[in-house]
Design a protein around this ligand. Structure first.
Ligand code: G3H
Ligand code: 13P
Ligand code: ZN
Length: 344
């Protein structure tokens, strides 16, 4: 089936009370790992590419790899999403490249670093919604800022500073009404990358109550959790066992994500866990077989390690078993649905 607009997947997830992992990709092996996991668990999937990923992979390679995935797995509904679009131009170029969903992250200015004003955020997000919906493409917006910094994207806020930039539930209502976004990413104390929390997070640093409050005010809005890798100790241990130097750190526990799913979270962004899994697998090969120089001999275990993480998350978030239950919708059909005010 053709790539589907992300909105179709989020709506099904909301109707059936589950969440969808959105996995970041930069190369063929990561796309393969996700689709292998999706086939095994019969899961619909969201595959996402950051600006950095598009630059690294090149849009043409990425587009063709995604079309190959759709051709090879005709029973799996796949949405292709631009992660952290920094400007309407980035989002429009993604749409031209065949992405079926875009994130306009107007919580930061176009530099991807400095926190933006509410008015700026509404303005750029509204622009993207108008243009994207005219093509049936889904839009995710973000209100509030995450902590940390990842590959040039992020305000670099420390834990304490990030607490001042949590999503304001009252403003969230206004933001969704003014922009018409399909999904809203919320800031609840998470950050991108491996170093999120210095101990298993409690409610003062991972503020799940913000999600509950927003969901009460916006019961029909699909919520998105960024920075939601769980950073399992087993994956850190493998890296360190084979010469890595990862420090002690904690991610977002899967049970907290499951709590979020009960309160309107439909998309959960996971990148770091897959990076850790692949790195550990590659280090193991290099340590155990230092004479090995065929890339397939380390990329295959890396892909397998990522596949396992994807399977675990797909099962934990409840998307497993849902692929065949979704009626595929095309972007063209979504245009008509949007013109009816969202009515199917
Ligand atoms: O936004 C965070 C994702 O992990 C993507 O990271 O910008 O290094 O590709 P990246
Ligand atoms: P992690 O770094 O926790 O995997 O978050 C990824 C993310 O939010 C991508 O947008
Ligand atoms: Zn993110």
């Amino acid at each position: 089936m053709p790539l589907v607009p992300m909105r179709a997947l989020l709506d099904h997830a909301a109707e059936n009370n589950y969440g969808l992992a959105a996995f970041n990709v930069n190369d063929m092996e990561q796309i393969q790992a996700i689709l292998m996991a999706a086939e095994e668990t019969e899961s619909p999937v969201i595959v996402q590419a950051s600006r950095g990923a598009r630059e690294y992979t090149n849009d043409a390679y990425l587009r063709h790899l995604m079309l190959a995935a759709a051709e090879l797995y005709p029973k799996i509904p796949i949405a292709m999403h631009q992660d952290h679009g920094n400007s309407p131009e980035t989002c429009m170029s993604a749409i031209e490249q065949g992405f079926t969903s875009v994130m306009m992250d107007g919580s930061l200015n176009a530099d991807g670093k400095t926190p933006a004003t509410f008015d700026y955020n509404v303005d750029v997000t509204r622009k993207v919604v108008n243009a994207a919906h005219a093509k049936g493409v889904t839009v995710e917006g973000e209100l509030g800022c995450l902590g940390g910094i990842e590959d040039g994207h992020g305000a670099g806020l420390t834990g304490a500073e990030a607490m001042k930039h949590l999503t304001n539930p009252v403003q969230a209502e206004e933001f969704v009404a003014k922009t018409g976004v399909d999904a809203l990413a919320v800031a609840i104390g998470t950050s991108h990358g491996a170093y999120k929390f210095t101990k298993k997070p409690t409610g003062d640093v991972l503020v799940m109550s913000v999600i509950e409050e927003i969901h009460k005010r916006l019961p029909n809005c699909h919520l998105v959790m960024h920075g939601s890798s769980s950073v399992p100790k087993e994956l850190l241990d493998i890296i360190n066992k084979y010469g890595g130097q990862m420090k002690e750190t904690y991610g977002v526990p899967v049970e907290e994500i499951q709590r979020g799913i009960k309160h309107g979270v439909r998309k959960i962004n996971v990148d770091t866990d897959n990076r850790l899994a692949m790195t550990g697998a590659i280090r193991k090969v290099f340590a155990e077989k230092p004479g090995e120089f065929d890339p397939r001999k380390y990329l295959d275990p890396a892909r397998e390690a990522m596949r396992k993480v994807c399977v675990d998350r797909m099962v934990a978030f409840g998307q497993a078993g849902q692929a065949g239950k979704i009626k595929p919708v095309t972007c063209k059909e979504m245009v008509a649905i949007y013109s009816r005010g969202g009515k199917k």
